[in-house]
Design a protein around this ligand. Structure first.
Ligand code: TXA
Ligand code: MG
Length: 345
């Protein structure tokens, strides 16, 4: 049985969090909110504790974990050969939604790094996450707190429904701020490379460190097994429904989706549509607005995919979003949840 703590972000009960931090100290697993998505944490330096993360998620253990730290000094205990660009990223964006890949020190077990010589490190800004890591007194390995392959949890209900009974503790602390997982950037190479796009964009990074590459294998399904972040090659963010992205001019997309909805209905299939708020009234079917701005789309996307499952739709069509700025991260997650299936309107 899982110990549940409900925490109000505006009035954090430190004693309640202490109970959860105790579990982490004992080598157990605790789910807590972060500014990106909820994380499923355990002591990153304890192999047995880390093993429990993989078990709770049903995750392949060659998929490395992100190590979450409370203050920046900790990075020097975990990693070596930290270069100037890494320092600049940490200075500008920590605490916050970016994870950096560095060469690991021996103290980081291979169970945590998925057998790699590198380690992913992030200093979250979420006040509940920070308090838990601080009280635990150890770095905390934490992947997104979903069953492997499912959309990452961005709301308290998501973790409660999916993970209650699978972990020792759960901290319910409201909605995540950004709703997509952190940007992952490898700074061990000559030119830093984004391995997973997130809300800190390529454009944001280039302003402070100059040229940044994006792992080319993220763009195409065929190249996915070449992805440099091992986690990017697995099926991901998948609701039970079959997802398609419909691309083209706005008017054509609306007509195309509506005709597909009609056809599916004749075939006895229930169809969901995900779109911008402004287009909502144009669609037939089970329509979910993702919001008006890219920020809203990012924060609503995973919840919308979960809602589609609740409505038991068979097929989901989503509008397409731009592939620059925050759109890069949104389209990365959307393409993965669609298994890269797109329809040209
Ligand atoms: O926002 C986030 O990053 C959330 C919250 C909880 O912090 N965590 C998260 O963790 O998304 P996870 O395990 O779901 O995704 C970690 C990603 C995976 O794609 C993994 O392969 C990659 O980071 N990664 C971790 N360590 C790596 C390494 N040493 N080299 C390359 N990729 C690595
Ligand atoms: Mg994940």
């Amino acid at each position: 049985n899982t110990i549940i703590s409900k925490i109000d972000i505006n009035n954090i009960d430190e004693n309640e969090l202490k109970k959860q931090a105790e579990l982490l100290k004992e080598g157990k697993t605790v789910i807590f909110p972060t500014e990106t998505v909820y994380g499923l944490g355990a002591n990153a330096l304890d192999e047995n504790a880390v093993k429990k993360i993989y078990e709770a998620k049903g995750r392949p253990s060659d998929n490395p974990l992100i190590v979450h730290i409370y203050n920046k000094d900790e990075v020097y205990n975990l990693a070596k050969g930290i270069n100037e660009k890494a320092e600049i990223i940490m200075k500008h964006f920590w605490p916050g939604p970016i994870t950096i890949i560095l060469n690991k020190k021996d103290i980081v077990p291979y169970k945590t790094s998925g057998g790699l010589e590198t380690v992913a490190i992030r200093m979250p800004s979420h006040l509940i996450a920070r308090e838990i890591i601080k009280q635990a007194g150890v770095p905390i390995a934490a992947p997104s707190a979903n069953i492997s392959g499912r959309p990452s949890p961005t709301k308290a209900d998501h973790v409660y429904e999916e993970m209650n009974g699978r972990v020792s503790g759960i901290v319910l602390g409201g909605d995540s701020n950004f709703g997509l997982e952190s940007t992952v950037i490898d700074v061990t190479t000559e030119t830093p490379m984004i391995l997973r796009p997130g809300s800190i964009t390529k454009e944001d990074l280039e302003k402070v460190i100059g040229e940044v590459l994006i792992d080319p294998s993220l763009a195409k399904k065929e190249d996915n097994d070449k992805a440099k972040a091992p986690g990017m090659k697995y099926t991901h963010y998948s609701p039970d429904a079959d997802v398609y992205i419909v691309s083209g001019d706005e008017r054509d997309v609306i007509d195309k989706i509506n005709s597909l909805v009609e056809k599916n209905k004749e075939d006895g299939l229930k169809t969901g549509v995900m779109c911008l708020e402004k287009n909502k009234h144009n669609y037939k079917g089970e329509v979910l607005s993702l919001g008006n701005s890219l920020e809203e789309v990012a924060s609503n996307l995973f919840d919308a995919l979960r809602q589609m499952d609740k409505m038991k739709v068979d097929i989901v069509y989503s509008e397409e979003f731009p592939t620059s700025g925050l759109g890069q991260a949104i389209m990365n997650r959307l393409l993965k949840s669609a298994g890269y299936k797109t329809i040209k309107a």
